[in-house]
Design a protein. Structure first.
Length: 230
């Protein structure tokens, strides 16, 4: 595969993902390879591969041989966020409660340095930023020394990832999240765990509100949209 072909396939995936997430397709619109390819100005192969990837992302579903947009399921989102914040805060409180437990500086210092560098050269808005975000939170929890808590968080992350992508569609959210990550890890390294707890709780709570609002808006757009990709 040439570099141009790889670039075209990645562009097709990113563009279709963007259109799905902003609600550009109706709820029961069939996502047909032929017409999507014509619309994007590419061959059917990049579109076919993009749809497969989007199904893996749980952003589209395949029914009776056709692809349709997957409507975000918000019914259990708050419950899962509550579990998420419980796990993450526990990584801080367990260190507060015992002199025998401490954060692993060997994990936290590279994490801090990574986000310092990222803030200096912020990426463009991209739903895949969720993976960087997850890595931050998982590493922060892992540094507290409880592998079971970390594994539980990874499981929760996998269940909410397809909805949490809605948090990273704008430049301001990328910047704000990055700044908050850096502040949190710096507070933990400074052993200012009270302020770290407050900052982490606020950070996750704000993410929930934005995710719910943007996902709900996309659902509304899907319901209202009348353009049929056939």
């Amino acid at each position: 595969m040439t570099e141009v072909e790889m670039s075209r396939r990645e562009w097709a995936y990113n563009e279709l993902r963007r259109r799905v997430m902003v609600g550009e397709f109706g709820v029961r619109t069939r996502l047909m390879e032929k017409h999507l390819a014509e619309d994007l100005g590419v061959s059917r192969t990049p579109v076919r591969e993009a749809l497969v990837r989007l199904e893996t992302d749980r952003l589209v579903v395949r029914e009776d041989g056709c692809y349709y947009v997957a409507v975000p399921d918000l019914s259990h989102l708050r419950d899962l966020y509550e579990l998420r914040i419980t796990l993450e805060l526990r990584g801080l409180t367990r260190v507060q409660e015992s002199d025998l437990v401490s954060h692993d500086v060997a994990l936290l210092e590279p994490l801090r340095d990574k986000w310092r560098e990222l803030i200096d050269d912020l990426p463009e808005p991209d739903p895949q930023f969720v993976l960087l975000d997850e890595d931050f939170h998982v590493t922060l929890l892992r540094a507290s020394g409880n592998d079971e808590l970390t594994e539980a968080l990874e499981t929760v992350n996998a269940r909410i990832r397809h909805v949490r992508m809605y948090d990273f569609l704008t430049a301001d959210r990328i910047a704000t999240s990055s700044d908050e990550h850096l502040r949190i890890v710096e507070l933990v390294l400074a052993k200012d765990l009270d302020d770290a707890l407050t900052a982490l709780h606020k950070h996750v709570g704000e993410s929930l509100e934005i995710v719910e609002r943007r996902a709900a808006r996309a659902i509304t757009q899907m319901a209202l949209h009348r353009r049929v990709a056939t």
